[in-house]
Design a protein around this ligand. Structure first.
Ligand code: AHR
Length: 520
């Protein structure tokens, strides 16, 4: 055997070890069992909500361009392209006006003739002047155009109880009252009936730096008076914990009577290190791994907050509302650091896929959630630049997952080789399943492994399989993303990698992909 042949043989052996063996291993190990007979809880469509704040170019330029001199097509100042995009993902609810901004916002500044609206300084987000041209009427008009339910965040930090009571009366009261008369004078005779109200935001931080004990008293006070203002019951949501602040949840659950608490919020961002984030598109494999580790932490956070809530609410009547989640990176070079404008890559599609699977699988406690944020801020579904608009990989995941809206969850068990890097391991495969009203079973599968495909055997217990079809979102590199010049670089395609074999579906799930199957 000459030296050249030896080298070739050595390379072949290494190639086999690197490529073929992991595939064989994955083939041997990847098993997914969906139990249709155990179908029980409904996946609320409100898990698929978004968040919109007066921050950077989310509202101004993103949603709203004004009715004046603009070439951007709009209806009463609201961008048509953005509305159309959000209709396609059947956006169920939209949180507004913040975020940190909410606890500085005085709603009366944003009603009435625009020329008479006072300005304010947006202290949290760059100290820019807010002209209040987008206020309550504009937001509710936008929600109607999109066909989504509004979710208001009340100002607890710097507002008053009376101010909040009056806001509820302004938007909800049907009879004669000072605020409903003011609403009619401002051109809206009929109330809007806004159901979802958060009482403050991040009360432990930008919402007032309160202790959990102090906030729980403040919550009781505000919850008492907002409830007595409108005719219909409100869904009141308490400002909740940051990630693993379990004490916060414990205090709220024990100090606030549950009849005045319909939901408790939770905020968790997939950020590697608050002092050293990563580029949104120029990240390394290590940074990808670290981001996914933070995203997958959502499973543990929800399980532990749920366990605390279960102690005083075993029937799971109080909802866990994850009203801020998503990836948080460095802003795009050359943009205002306070505007939080970041690109959105296949890494974000992975975050969205696994997070939404976690929410689906915990739908008996997680009844609402809001991706941060909708347009031009953090993990946005839509990016705009003047008259141009592009949808992101995250948008496509939201669209593919619409099949789970209000469907009944099916429990899933997954056995699969992990995603390993530098001696650390993460679950590579994330799966959730549901059955819709027509009896179609949908299974969303996310393979976060950067290199390894999974050849899986999928069993559905309790049904007879006839056909399988599906769609896939994947791309050559995890850094791939859409731009204004290449808006379709990343987009879903039909999935042809699955086939029915007896009572099993055999499929190959490529690395860095989201697959949604329909089984009939
Ligand atoms: O989403 C951006 C900010 O993150 C929100 O305003 C705040 O609630 C959170 O800290």
């Amino acid at each position: 055997m000459n030296q050249k042949h030896m080298l070739t043989t050595g390379r072949a052996v290494r190639l086999a070890a690197a490529v073929i063996l992991p595939i064989l291993l994955a083939q041997a190990q990847t098993r997914i069992v969906v139990n249709e007979a155990a179908a029980r809880d409904t996946i609320s469509r409100h898990i698929y909500g978004n968040f919109s704040e007066h921050l950077g170019r989310c509202i101004y330029g993103g949603f709203y361009v004004g009715e004046g001199n603009t070439k951007i097509p709009n209806v009463r100042g609201i961008r048509k392209d953005v509305v159309e995009a959000l209709k396609k993902i059947r956006l169920p609810n939209l949180r507004w006006p913040g975020g940190c901004f909410a606890d500085t916002y005085h709603w009366k500044d944003g009603i009435g003739p625009k020329t008479q609206r006072p300005t304010m300084v947006n202290t949290w987000w760059g100290g820019v002047t807010e002209d209040n041209s987008f206020g309550t009427h504009e937001f509710l008009d936008m929600c109607e155009q999109i066909g989504t339910e509004p979710y208001f965040t009340g100002n607890i930090g710097s507002g008053t109880v009376q101010e909040l009571m009056q806001w509820v009366q302004y938007v909800n009261f049907d009879g004669i009252s000072p605020m409903s008369s003011l609403r009619a004078a401002n051109g809206h005779e009929k109330p809007w009936h806004v159901k979802y109200w958060a009482l403050g935001n991040e009360a432990w931080g930008c919402g007032g730096n309160m202790t959990a004990e102090h906030y729980s008293d403040i919550y009781r006070l505000n919850a008492t008076f907002v409830a007595s203002t409108g005719p219909e019951p409100l869904f009141r949501i308490a400002s909740g914990a940051s990630s693993d602040d379990y004490h916060w949840t414990e205090v709220l659950m024990t100090r606030v009577p549950h009849w005045m608490l319909q939901g408790i919020a939770l905020h968790h961002y997939s950020v590697i290190d608050w002092n050293k984030k990563s580029s949104a598109t120029g990240f390394t494999e290590q940074e990808y791994f670290a981001t996914m580790k933070q995203a997958l932490r959502m499973e543990e956070l929800i399980a532990k907050h749920t366990a605390i809530m279960d102690k005083t609410d075993p029937d799971r009547k109080v909802a866990l509302v994850v009203d801020e989640w998503g990836g948080w990176y460095d802003v795009e070079p050359g943009t205002n650091p306070a505007f939080l404008y970041q690109q959105n890559s296949m890494r974000d599609a992975m975050i969205a896929g696994v997070t939404l699977n976690i929410f689906n699988n915990h739908c008996d406690r997680v009844k609402m959630a809001n991706l941060a944020q909708t347009v031009n801020v953090l993990q946005a579904v839509v990016l705009t630049s003047e008259e141009k608009m592009v949808v992101t990989p995250t948008y496509h995941v939201m669209e593919m997952y619409t099949v789970h809206h209000d469907a009944v969850r099916l429990p899933v068990e997954v056995t699969a080789a992990p995603f390993t890097l530098g001696g650390e391991s993460l679950p590579a495969l994330s799966v959730s399943a549901s059955k819709d009203q027509r009896g179609v079973v949908h299974i969303s599968l996310v393979n976060i492994d950067a290199e390894q495909a999974h050849d899986a055997a999928l069993e559905i217990h309790g049904t007879t399989l006839r056909s399988v079809s599906g769609r896939i979102l994947t791309s050559g590199r995890v850094q791939d993303h859409n731009t204004f010049d290449a808006p379709e670089n990343v987009k879903p395609a039909p999935f042809t990698g699955a086939r029915v074999e007896g009572s099993t579906v055999k499929l190959r799930i490529p690395p860095v992909s989201v697959v949604v199957l329909s089984l009939e």
